[in-house]
Structures are given as C-alpha cells and as structure tokens.
Design a protein around this ligand. Structure first.
Ligand SMILES: [Zn+2]
Length: 337
C-alpha cells in the first residue's frame, strides 16, 4: 500500500489535502536530496484532517524549488484517503498514528517499510506533525529523555510533554533511532501554527545537531494517565440528557493546573465512574484523580489536563484527555510514564 518516490510530483506544492489521493494514489514516502545526506523525516497527515503539516511542507519546499535543500528530507504523506474527505480516519481504517509497532497487517507492514527505509538512510531526526481540536498551546511531545530529543522539541515550543504512551505512535517508533518529536501545531490550518512549523522545519534543515545550542528553560510535563469515557455512559455537555454532562468550553482547562474541587462535569447517576482512567501500568486510577461531590465530578488533586476537546468524534475515537504533571528537567527519564 506504500509508494516510494525519489522526486516531488509536480502538482504537490499546490495540492489541496483532498487532491492528494488522486495525485499520489495512497500513502507515499518521498525522498528529496540535500547538501547534508542524512535526511530529516517529516510525517504529515497521519490524521487526514490535520492539514498543518501539508501546508508547512508545501511552503518550505516552495522556497527550494530551484535550490538544493540544506539537508535531504523524506516526507511521509499518510492517510490520503481520509484527507480526501477531511476526516481523521475513515470507518474501518486503522488510526495511522497507532500502527507504528511490530505487528502483522498491511498498515503495520507499511510502517515497517518506512522505518527500514529511514534506518538505511541514517535518518537525522523525525518530525511528526499534528493538530488538535481544543484550545491548546503549541507544544511538542518527546518519547525519549535524551537532550537531543528535548533540544529538538524546544526549538518548536517551550511547552514539552514527555510521553511513551500510546507506544504505537510514529514518534515512539523513531525515538530509538534519532531525535523524534511530535508537533502539536494548534488547530488544523491555523496560519500562526503553519508559520511556526515552517520556521521550525527550516531550523531543523540547517542545524548540524540538536545539542550544540543552549537549551532555554522549558515547561516540561509528563503524562500520568489517559482518560476515556466508558462505553456504557452517554456523554455530552451541561443540560443535555446524558449520563456525563461535561462543562461547556472544557478545553479552556488544557495546560492549566486544576485545583482540587474544580468541576469538570455533572453526573446523572452519582459516582458510577463514567470515566476510565488508566496510568502507564494500565492500572485504574480514577479514585486518585477524580471525586464526585453531589452531582459534580471534580478534580481530587492538582492535575493538568491536555487535549480536552469539545469535539464528540475525537472523544469517542481517541480519548477525553490526558492528565499530566510537571516534571523537573533533572528528573527526565527517571520515572515511569
Ligand atoms: Zn493527530
């Protein structure tokens, strides 16, 4: 299902996300040469509606149309089927950012081929570009504690999250090979997010490594749990006829440390545990982070959510949110995540 090309299709730089399927046929790895031979691997559209990566790569490559790139670049264009209709993924498809693990099946074999191709080329760094749906700062995610990973991430944002869960992502798969970073570049197509991504990629193409420049202080967090709504619970927002009524604009809480007692939702049937809250060991930790007072679901301890969204599809396809705690840089790599 993967096509590998050694040149950019002519229409690529102007193509809309919906046109990539007919232009490329399917998921495609495009190798372009540069002055430095070790390629920067850039992954875009693993989620078909997250278009910032495509816009950023188009802007970047347009600058080098008649020039040799400072460094070779290998672009992986992921779920073009879903991009055709502006969806994260199509019904019946695997999530393209949950297939980067040793397993059988066409999608897994595709990721093995991509990883092998990049290993052979001695990949310089891996940048996987995403968007989210709620109010979040621009931030980067790393899966390894090395200073080159953190140094690369810090070039994009001073908000960095260290997370190895889920372990099926592109960033985790590359993290044993090279500095590997997920960019969360705000809402899909947000012009400021595109601009920031372009200048980050430009810096990556020019830098000899990610450890030689002084690292400015970063706000580093690590994920401590993932929160999902249990299938047995209906959910929606305040005033709706559902078991779990989330507060309106719940995404305002992203990257804000919540005080104990902060209300997140009204629950219809008391403390029936609508939420599945798992830590890195897969242990249920609902009681540690949440409590119900009256019919209010509240934070039980200081905690910081990320990726809270008001988009119901994302809540059912992915999760309600991640819970994070602040991590001193000196402790990076010393804890279970
Ligand atoms: Zn995504």
């Amino acid at each position: 299902m993967l096509t590998i090309r050694e040149e950019l299709p002519e229409e690529f730089l102007q193509a809309y996300p919906a046109e990539l399927k007919s232009l490329l046929g399917g998921p495609t790895l495009i190798h372009l040469p540069g002055e430095q031979a070790r390629p920067l691997f850039v992954s875009i559209l693993l989620h078909g509606n997250e278009i910032t990566g495509l816009l950023a790569v188009q802007t970047l490559l347009a600058r080098y149309q008649s020039l040799l790139l400072p460094r070779a670049i290998s672009i992986f264009v992921g779920n073009v089927e879903a991009a055709r209709v502006g969806k994260r993924l199509l019904p019946g498809q695997r999530d393209y950012n949950r297939i980067w693990i040793n397993a059988s099946g066409a999608e897994h074999e595709m990721t093995h081929t991509v990883l092998e191709a990049m290993r052979e080329r001695d990949v310089f760094a891996c940048i996987d570009i995403h968007n989210n749906t709620g109010k979040n700062p621009y931030y980067a995610i790393i899966a390894e504690p090395g200073s080159d990973h953190l140094g690369c991430a810090a070039l994009f944002s001073d908000t960095v999250v260290y997370a190895r869960c889920p372990d099926t992502t592109c960033t985790v798969a590359f993290s044993g090979m090279c500095p590997s970073v997920t960019l969360e570049a705000g809402l899909p197509g947000d012009p400021a997010g595109v601009e920031r991504t372009v200048s980050f990629l430009e810096t990556c193409l020019h830098t000899p490594d990610f450890t030689s420049r002084p690292l400015h202080p970063v706000n580093l967090f690590h994920t401590v749990a993932v929160v999902k709504v249990r299938d047995c619970c209906s959910y929606g927002f305040l005033g709706e006829d559902v078991d779990l009524q989330l507060v309106n604009e719940i995404d305002q809480y992203n990257f804000h440390e919540l005080e104990p007692g902060t209300s997140l939702a009204r629950v219809r049937n008391g403390d029936q545990q609508c939420l599945d809250v798992q830590n890195a060991d897969g242990r249920q930790v609902y009681r540690e982070y949440f409590t119900v007072v009256g019919d209010n679901l509240q934070a039980a301890k200081p905690v910081m959510p990320a990726m809270l969204t008001t988009n119901r599809d994302i809540i059912s396809l992915d999760c309600l949110c991640y819970l994070m705690e602040r991590l001193p840089q000196s402790e990076l790599g010393n804890q279970r995540i």
